[in-house]
Structures are given as C-alpha cells and as structure tokens.
Design a protein around this ligand. Structure first.
Ligand code: IVH
Length: 685
C-alpha cells in the first residue's frame, strides 16, 4: 500500500471499505448483477487484507475477510432449534393437489385463501441466527443444520464462507426490512450445477469417487471440518422463512404473510428465489407447477418440485400441523428424472492411473431430454451392493448433466431378472496384463505402466483444457498418434513435426501446423500445469499449485523427501507418498528429463511467501483453536517471522488462545497488539 494512503488510514475508512466490499458481494452473489470486474473486486479485498494485517486490532468478525476462520474444534456442536424444522407432505399429481386444496379450504372456513408458490430447491435446510451487531445492525451468530428436526448441528464456521449469506446486515437495511431483533432465517443451501460439476471433476482427478448429486455434495460440503474446502466450493443460500427469536416468542413467524417475509428477506440482503408468486385458484397453481417443470433444466441448480404455502400467517396458525408436517403447505414433487432399461453388458474401462472402472452398457433410454446408453458402476463393490446381473432391468437416474447412475435393480412380472453374473476380469482388457487390488482399496488397477489405455488417457489428460490446453488434440488424434507409433510417451509430443502429422488421416497442412503451434505453446505453461499434466495420483489442479508454490522448481521437488512433502499445507501422507513414489520411479525420471530437454517450464515464479513476516516477532500463549504451539511456530518461521518465549517492547504481536496467562497481561501492559489464531492465519496467507 502506498505511503500516503497508509498515513491517512483510519478505522472509519476501513469500515467504509468493508461496506463497499459487502455491497459488491451482494451484487455479485445475491443479485447476480456484478458491477465490478473480478480483478477490481479482488483488488478491494487485497487492500482490506493488507490494512487488517497492519492493524489486526481492527479486524471484526463480520469483516468480509473473515469468511474463512478456524475449524470447529471437535466436530460440530449439537444445538436445539427454536421451533422444530419440519418436512412437507408430498403430492404427485394434479388430483392430489386438488384434494389438498379442498382440505385447506374446508379447514379455513370463510377465510379467503391466498397461496404463495416457490420452487422446491433440492438442497438442505439451514437455520441462521442473527443477533445485534455494532452500530444498530445485525450479525450472523449461528448457523444450524436441520439434523433430526429438533436438534441440529452448529456449522457456523462453514456457513460463513457462503457468500450469499450476509455476515452483517447494516442498521439501515435492517430497519427497512422491519426484521425484529434478534431473528432467525430459514432457507435452503444448494450447490449450483456448475460448481457441482467442477467439484466432481476435481474429485475424479484426485482418484476420489464423485458425489452422486448436488444435494449430497452440498450436504457433504456443509459438514466438512475444513472451512477452507467449503470456501473453495460455491454454495448458495436461499432464504424462505423469517422467525422471531425474542424471548417468549421464539420461533414465531416474524411477518403476517409469506410474501412479506420473502420481500423483507430481499430487503435485508438475502438471496430469495425469484420464482415466486401469489395465487388464489387451483388452476393458477397448476400453471405454476407446469412452468416450473419446463424451467427445471435451465435454472442452473436442482429443484425437485414446487412448494405451495398458505400466505397468511394467522391462517397458517389456524390450520396447524399433522404429525411432522404443516397442513398449510405442501410439496408438489416432480417425478424423478429416471428411467428403467436393460443392462446389456458391463464393460471395463482403463483410466490414466491404470484404474479399472466398470461401465454399464444399456439399452437406449430417454431421461430428461437426453438419450442414455451408458452409466457408471464405480467399482466392484458397487456391483456387489446393487446385486446387479447382466440382463437385469435397472433404474437409471440422472442429476443434471452428470454421468447417469444405476440406482437399483427392478424386478417384477414385466421385468424378469438377468442371469449372467459379472466377474471382474483377471487381466487388463486392453493389454492383458495382470490386475491388482490393493488391500483396503475399492479399485482394481492394471499393473502395466505401458498399457496403451493408460498412455491414451494420460495424453488426453495432458492435452485437456484445464491442463496444457492443446487445442485439436482430442481422442481421434491421440488414438492415431498411438496407432502410427508416433507417440509412446507424453515427451514424444515434442518430437512431432508437421510432416509426421501429415501421415495421419484427415490431417492437412493447416491442421498439422496449428497442432504443432499448440504443442509449442505448452512450453510456456507454468510449473504447476506441468505437474498437473504428469498425472501423478492424487495430484489435482490445486495440489499441483501448492507443490509448485512450495518447492519453486522441478529439481527441488524431484529430491524432496516424504517429510518435506508432508510439510506442504494440505498435503497429507497419502499424497506425499504418491508424489514421492512417482519421482522415485526411473521411467518417470526419464520422462521428466525429456520434458526438460524439450523446454517445458521447470521453475515457478516464486511468490514472496517466505518473507511475509520478516522482521516480526511473535509470542504465543494459551491454547489456539486449531494449531498446536509447534505448528504455529513452524509456520511463522517458514514465513520469515520469529517466535520468542517472552513478551517485550520488541514483540510485534502476542498470539493468544484460550486460557492465555501472564503473557497476555504483560502484552496489555506494554501495549503490544494481541491477536487470535484467525488473524495469524490471515497474516500467514
Ligand atoms: S418450506 C414446514 N420452502 O423441502 C416447512 N421448504 O420436505 C418446510 N425445501 O426440509 C419448509 N425448498 O429443506 C420450504 N421453498 C421451500 C423449499 C423447501 C426446498 C426443502 C426443505 C424442507 C423440505 C421439505
């Protein structure tokens, strides 16, 4: 930050910067209407981080920088709900909806009925508690999952990372919304389809099994004990209820109608689903349902129906509940996007790590507008679990654009069972080599490192968009390159010439030249791309980036010990072992030497990571929420800082945890700034 602006820095200016960031977060994450370029937004955030690093005592819990804080210490605390979180009764047909409407009308007596229709978002419900914050506003105090409806889990640290959840609501917005303090917002957390697909891609690149659908992905993410991971995945929160938390009126509706609730939530800065309407007649309800079903595929997030609620809170009270569900609301559920078809065969695919994946070959069936002929069966255990035999009829479901999945075997008089049991092959279906299953792992692998299937998949991975981005090197070209004996390894790509490419089918001079130029440009790709491209087990995009950042050069990484690898943030023993094993292998070393000769980038542009805390002295006291004393020390030192055992005037910061002792008193006496672990982590970056 420039000297001039540093001098004029004040607490008030910092708060104004925070408000500006909050405003742009709201535009981007709630209204989907950003006014700033990403880079400009990032610059604002960077400025705020810098100011807060210089003035840790100015950091507030509702600052936009504080979305990622400490992890929950021992899993998630159980918390009771202000009022049970109930579920809804379902109707599936227009007739059932008419029955429900009739029942409501008969119970309501003379009262005029108005309904509000909303989409039934396919996620998980969540309760957010807001309490009084500084200068008349409200702050997020707690986020609780539904749990068993009566008791949920406190997932506040994870929910704070969801950008459409306001951490703070200004006094002005609060007043306009007329939300009564303190209050509770209930709504649904969803993972948008795009984020879901991205997450699954990353999981598969790491050899992890993909999540079955966005709802499972969202639920799993919310219960992850690592807020960093939650922050990387995009989740959204849509509010639909506002309840009072005033003592004596806990759990009571805050507004006289559902429509007013939704409007108040919008005013307060929550994301509220735009597809909502007020209706009086059954016909109108049916039209809304039909329209929602049409919109379903293009919303960008999953819905599984429509929710219809009685608008008036007073009437809701009058109608009351039956068992676990209100009488004043109902879910019109769409039929699942699935179909029943015959399993013709089970094929086995070999991936780039040699992993064998069974794939169901199906009689073509139309599901949600696409024709499905294949579905994943994941691994041998999954086939066992389903008890599926070749010739069986199976129910296939598809969540959005993901690979369809077999959910069960169907058996009735129209759908007789198949007879042929599937046996996992004893040899690789591509090269005939032996296959092995490591103790404790679900997957079989081909042991042959030269297996053509592995080479094919490795080349496709190397050339793919997220890696080296070699335009024009798709499956057809890769297969030909291998068949013509032009490529036996990734390194051979760099000995290709236009003339050699001209010997392939359907490749003319122009295409050949373009492909050579594309391959040439990969030499400029940074080290982390090269690492990602090597296809090391468990090394996805992010891990590759972390390794490149931490080691700075291929040569340093080549000689790194397992211990050194494990010291990298987020790299665990499993990843460290895989990386170490990869570089210990003679053939891989040869490959790397050939890539070096070809001129690929082997050094990273080092960020000035290690000098971050240079000149600063820290004193640690008390128990920190997540880091042990040794870990904190190690990380401070790795960033160029010093850790001392006693507080003096020269101490830059005292990092205080729970039950901090006399060092804290001394810090206060000497006016040494005291920070907590979240601030320390922020400084460490
Ligand atoms: S109202 C008693 N509104 O559907 C009130 N729920 O089976 C029930 N859901 O657990 C909640 N979108 O997770 C309501 N617009 C919406 C909803 C919605 C999705 C979920 C919610 C609830 C389940 C009910």
């Amino acid at each position: 930050m420039a000297e001039r602006s540093r001098q004029s820095l004040t607490l008030a200016k910092t708060e104004a910067l925070r408000d500006k960031i909050r405003h742009h977060e709201h535009l981007y994450y709630v209204l989907d209407a950003p006014e700033l370029e990403d880079a400009d937004f990032d610059a604002l955030m960077r400025d705020l981080k810098e100011i807060e690093a210089q003035h840790p005592e100015w950091v507030t819990p509702d600052s936009p920088t504080q979305r990622v804080g400490g992890k929950p210490k021992e899993g998630f605390l159980k918390v009771a709900h202000s009022r049970p979180m109930l579920s809804l009764d379902n109707v599936n047909t227009p007739e059932e909806l008419a029955d429900w409407d009739r029942r409501v009308r008969s119970l309501a007596g003379d009262a005029e009925i108005a309904y509000v229709t909303e989409l039934k978002l396919d996620g998980l419900s969540l309760a957010l508690h807001y309490t009084a914050g500084s200068s008349g506003g409200a702050v997020l105090a707690r986020a609780i999952t539904r749990g068993n409806g009566t008791i949920g889990e406190d997932v506040t640290s994870n929910v704070r990372t969801i950008r459409s959840v306001p951490l703070a609501i200004s006094a002005e917005k609060l007043k306009k919304s007329r939300l009564p303090m303190p209050f509770e917002i209930r709504g649904e957390v969803v993972m948008p389809m795009a984020a879901f697909l991205k997450m699954n891609q990353e999981r598969e690149a790491l050899g992890q099994s993909p999540a079955a659908n966005p709802r499972n992905a969202a639920a799993g993410t919310i219960r992850t004990v690592e807020p960093n991971i939650v922050a990387q995945r995009r989740l959204d929160f849509y509010g639909y209820f506002a309840l009072q938390l005033t003592p004596g009126a806990e759990g009571e509706n805050a507004f006289p109608t559902q429509l007013e609730t939704l409007d108040a939530l919008t005013t307060a800065g929550f994301r509220v689903n735009p597809h909502r309407e007020a209706f009086k007649t059954l016909d109108q309800l049916r039209t809304f349902v039909a329209r929602a079903e049409e919109q379903r595929a293009s919303l960008g997030y999953e819905i599984d129906g429509v929710v219809i609620k009685v608008n008036s809170t007073a009437l809701q009270k009058r109608l009351g509940f039956t068992g676990k569900a209100p009488r004043w609301a109902v879910a019109y559920k769409f039929t699942a996007r699935g179909g029943v078809t015959r399993l013709q065969d089970i094929a086995v695919q070999v991936g780039r790590t040699g992993k064998l994946t069974p794939v169901a070959v199906l009689s073509a069936v139309a599901i949600g507008g696409i024709t499905v002929t294949r579905a994943t069966l994941h691994n041998a255990d999954e086939i066992e679990r389903l008890g599926v035999k070749i010739g069986d009829f199976v129910r296939v479901e598809r969540g959005g654009d993901v690979i369809p999945k077999i959910v069960e075997v169907v058996e009735d008089k129209d759908h007789p069972r198949g007879h042929k049991r599937f046996h996992f092959p004893a040899h690789c279906p591509v090269c005939g080599s032996e296959i092995v299953r490591t103790e404790g792992e679900a997957d079989y692998r081909c042991v042959n490192v030269d297996c053509p299937a592995r080479l094919r998949e490795s080349l496709l991975h190397f050339a793919s968009r997220g890696v080296m981005n070699i335009d024009g090197m798709g499956e057809a070209v890769v297969v030909q390159l291998m068949e013509h004996g032009l490529v036996h390894s990734i390194a051979d790509l760099y000995s290709l010439t236009s003339d050699k490419l001209l010997t392939l089918e359907r490749i003319g001079q122009k295409t050949a030249d373009a492909l050579i130029a594309e391959i040439e440009q990969t030499k400029k790709a940074p080290l982390d791309r090269v690492l990602f491209g090597l296809g090391i087990r468990f090394v996805g995009e992010r891990t590759a980036q972390l390794l490149a950042d931490a080691f700075g050069a291929m040569d340093v990484l080549l000689t790194a010990t397992i211990e050194e690898l494990e010291r990298v943030q987020e790299v665990g023993p499993r990843v460290a072992a895989a990386v170490h094993e990869f570089f210990a292998e003679e053939r891989n070393r040869e490959l790397i030497e050939r890539l070096r000769m070809a001129g690929l980038t082997f050094t990273a542009e080092r960020r000035k990571r290690s000098a971050k805390l240079e000149g600063l002295t820290f004193v640690l006291t008390g128990t920190l929420p997540t880091l042990t004393r040794d870990e904190a020390k190690e990380r401070i030192e790795a960033s160029g800082g010093r850790v001392s055992g006693s507080v003096s005037k020269k101490t830059s910061y005292v990092v205080a945890g729970e039950e901090a002792g006399s060092k804290l008193d001394k810090a206060r006496d000497l006016k040494v700034p005291v920070i907590g672990e979240p601030e320390l982590l922020e400084m460490l970056g």
